[in-house]
Ligand binder design. Structure first.
Ligand SMILES: [Zn+2]
Length: 333
């Protein structure tokens, strides 16, 4: 493969690429062809992937910390083509090259260290370890069967699986994994099901609540989103409306929470707070943080109720009837 071939592959996939350094031998930076599957942002258009080519061989390396693909470009293209099964021109292109260029993964991996020439140090983002990450094994030992309390609250099996919920038999709590938008697990919170605990929610691992919005791993780029107060509200709203819902896990709405929403760039944001004094105050804070940046709507539950107390139909109706926020929040009709 030479630079023209790599560029052709990118164009077939609609991916951005940088200038090629050399035609038959050199390197080129491209948007990662498998970002769809391996990057926190599936539409990541940064030139995170560096491809070197020449001598009948092409080697790709992705510097995205989630992805870190390392192998032949043909191997990368094979995976990219699998992600785009309907792109027949891409399939045909790949087939043509598969015959002329060996892309056995093991053979290429062995040769990578010797022949791969990275771009200038300054060009490449450094893969970094998330200091707040906790191991996935933190979830081991919890019961994965949907607990009767969850059923009673209206959490369907589909939602139970979608949000990765489990049950802690020792503490008698529904366990909610808290993940960053890239999927990294950074905390667990548990909701008491007995009604006997003095703390409704338990924070298992010193989670920094200002760092993350509960549910941000399920947000969809450029799509509307709903902001609610609690985990169960988020899960029920997501299931009832099909619109992603997130919850700040506490009273504050931090600059990182704002930044996360800016990253997603939703066309509008629906505030759907608890309709009680604390909920109203919290909604006003959030509205204040977001008002200059996004088109805001307010959905108001019946007085004294949380979104989590409502049926799916009631939730849908409430969100559909949300009103634009123009200045102060209006809590009635
Ligand atoms: Zn990548």
């Amino acid at each position: 493969m030479d630079s023209d071939d790599i560029i052709t592959a990118c164009e077939l996939m609609g991916l951005a690429y940088g200038p090629a350094r050399g035609l038959h031998e050199g390197n080129i930076s491209i948007a990662c062809p498998i970002a769809l599957r391996t990057h926190g942002d599936p539409n990541d258009a940064n030139f995170s992937c560096s491809v070197s080519y020449g001598g009948g061989r092409s080697l790709a390396k992705c510097f995205s910390s989630n992805c870190q693909f390392h192998g032949s470009f043909m191997w990368l293209l094979k995976q990219a083509a699998d992600l785009r099964p309907n792109n027949q021109r891409l399939q045909a292109f790949m087939e043509a090259f598969r015959k002329s260029e060996k892309f056995d993964a093991t053979a290429h991996l062995a040769s990578i260290e010797a022949s791969y020439e990275p771009d200038r140090e300054a060009d490449k983002p450094k893969p970094k370890v998330d200091p707040l990450a906790i191991p996935e094994t933190s979830l081991d030992g919890f019961d994965r069967v949907r607990h009767p309390y969850a059923i009673w609250r209206g959490i369907t099996q589909e939602s139970w699986d979608r949000w990765g919920l489990s049950f802690d038999k020792d503490l008698q709590r529904i366990v909610f994994p808290v993940r960053r938008s890239n999927g990294t697990l950074i905390g667990l919170t548990g909701r008491d099901v007995t009604g006997l605990s003095d703390r409704k929610y338990h924070n298992y691992s010193g989670l920094k609540r200002s760092e993350v919005l509960f549910g941000e791993q399920l947000l969809v780029q450029e799509q509307p989103l709903v902001i609610v107060e609690g985990q169960i509200d988020a899960i029920l709203v997501d299931a009832a409306t099909g619109v992603s819902a997130v919850a700040p896990l506490g009273e504050g709405f931090s600059p990182k929470h704002v930044a996360k929403i800016c990253e997603v760039n939703p066309p509008y944001v629906v505030l759907f707070p608890d309709n009680d004094p604390a909920g109203r105050i919290q909604a006003s804070k959030i509205a204040h943080s977001l008002a200059e940046r996004f088109f805001l709507q307010l959905a108001v539950p019946p007085p004294g109720k949380d979104p989590g107390d409502m049926t799916p139909d009631e939730i849908r109706e409430c969100v559909e009837n949300s009103k634009p926020v123009l200045g102060a929040l209006k809590w009635d009709g």
